[in-house]
Design a protein around this ligand. Structure first.
Ligand SMILES: [Zn+2]
Ligand SMILES: [Zn+2]
Length: 444
């Protein structure tokens, strides 16, 4: 039994070994067949791909090369063929200005070549990858973007910036290169103070961003924005007083510290305040002063810097205020600010828009206009206003119809306002007198 068993076991073992050998051979054969067949398929696929490429059928060629690589991931020829095809495709898309497709194709090519290098270590593929990395397709700089490679996104230099042309009544500020616009067209609209100052008021003054309304002989001011929203009430007079006065038109004249208006107040003991405010009614400077006098303090601007205050009924009571240093100064210490030849001009004031541009009236008062800092004439008219805070002025050849000009002296609107007289009313507002009525225009 044991012998039989032994024999049986040996037999089994032999059969086992034989079966193993057959299996191994089969696996080897299958493997051989598989490798042989896939490399045959790869070769076939490569041939098909090359055919597509030769016929400039690039989309099909790409698919075919990719299939070839699937069969044989180490096929140098397939990667090189794919790279050539991708290059041809990128060029074709660039030719058609289809930058999105060109970029997608370029990025795909880089990815394929990187895989190729990894899978093959081929110098040829590496060379092709380097070529792709060096390749750029530049799109010229625009107003908002620098010169840019549409493939890899790198930039060179700076954006050009817009070539702005000024706004007109019809067109907003517009770029002459790209036609981008900014803001709104110039508008000139008649405004009514009663629409802004809806409560009690008798008079009003326009500032850049506010309108101050007040009633004569009432000791407070109401400050509104141009939408009619009440911003602040200013009550400069407290209790019993012997004198008070105000000046609300300093903004056009004084150039320093945003000063827009001024009040003075003195009690019966001669203790008083001279207060300078900005256009929102905020105190810029409060001078405490002890001075007994009769009447009230009258004031005038000496030039764009100094205020001169003088008692109406007491001789010798006067103050010189330097609005630049916000101090009370001696007359002798004042610096001359704006000197002009009074033989040539009866008045001269600076414009808001340009430090070196002055608004003048000729000595004979027959012409009015603009000169530079050396008093060279830039433009003179029969009548004109100074520029408003938005850089627009009204000018007239005949003193009857007025054009709107911008700060480059371009006519924005011809004969837009008919009037007997015009003046800059403060901030953005122009005033025009027609008959006995004043009309106010907000130009922006
Ligand atoms: Zn690039
Ligand atoms: Zn532009």
């Amino acid at each position: 039994m044991a012998g039989f068993d032994d024999g049986s076991n040996k037999k089994k073992l032999i059969i086992g070994i034989a079966a193993g050998a057959v299996l191994l051979a089969a696996v080897a054969a299958a493997l051989f067949f598989f490798v042989f067949s896939t490399s045959a398929k790869a070769r076939k696929q490569l041939k098909i791909a090359d055919g597509y490429y030769a016929n400039e059928n690039y989309e099909e060629a790409v698919n075919a090369y990719k299939k070839a690589i699937e069969y044989k991931p180490a096929s140098e020829a397939a990667y090189i063929g794919l790279a050539k095809t991708d290059r041809a495709l990128v060029d074709a898309y660039l030719e058609k200005n289809d930058f999105d497709q060109a970029k997608a194709c370029y990025q795909d090519a880089i990815l394929n070549l990187e895989n190729g290098v990894k899978n093959t270590n081929s110098e040829e593929i590496q060379k092709s990858l380097d070529e792709f990395n060096r390749m750029h397709a530049w799109k010229a700089a625009t107003c908002t973007e620098p010169k840019t490679c549409v493939l890899c996104g790198i930039t060179d230099g700076e954006a050009l910036g817009h070539e702005w042309e000024r706004a007109t009544m019809k067109m907003p500020k517009t770029c002459s290169r790209c036609e981008a616009t900014e803001g709104d067209p110039v508008s000139c609209k008649e405004i009514y103070a009663k629409d802004i100052i809806t409560e009690r008021w008798e008079r009003f003054v326009f500032f850049d961003n506010s309108v101050v309304g007040f009633i004569d002989k009432v000791d407070s001011f109401s400050i509104y924005d141009y939408d009619g929203k009440l911003l602040k009430e200013v009550t400069p007079v407290q209790g019993a007083y012997s004198s008070w006065s105000f000046s609300l038109s300093l903004q056009k004249k004084i150039r320093y510290n945003n000063i827009a208006f001024m009040t003075t107040y003195f009690d019966k003991n001669g203790k008083g305040s001279i207060i300078l405010y900005d256009q929102y009614g905020e105190v810029v400077k409060d001078f405490d002063v002890n001075q007994k006098f009769s009447g009230y303090l009258n004031n005038e601007t000496l030039n764009e810097r100094y205020l001169y205050l003088k008692a109406t009924e007491s001789k010798g009571v006067e103050f010189y205020i330097d609005t630049k240093t916000l101090s009370i100064v001696n007359k002798e210490d004042m610096e001359p600010v704006l000197e002009f030849d009074t033989n040539l001009y009866s008045s001269c004031e600076r414009t808001e828009i340009n430090e070196d541009l002055f608004f003048v009236t000729s000595a004979d008062k027959k012409s009015i206009g603009f000169v530079d800092k050396n008093f060279n004439v830039i433009a003179m008219y029969a009548d004109a206003t100074n520029f408003n805070s938005n850089g627009f002025a009204l000018v007239s050849k005949d003193g009857k119809s007025y054009d709107i000009i911008d700060s480059d002296f371009n006519v924005i609107a011809e004969s837009y306002v008919l009037a007997d007289d015009v003046w800059w009313s403060g901030g953005p507002v122009m005033a025009a007198k027609k008959g006995n009525a004043a009309h106010y225009y907000l130009i922006k």
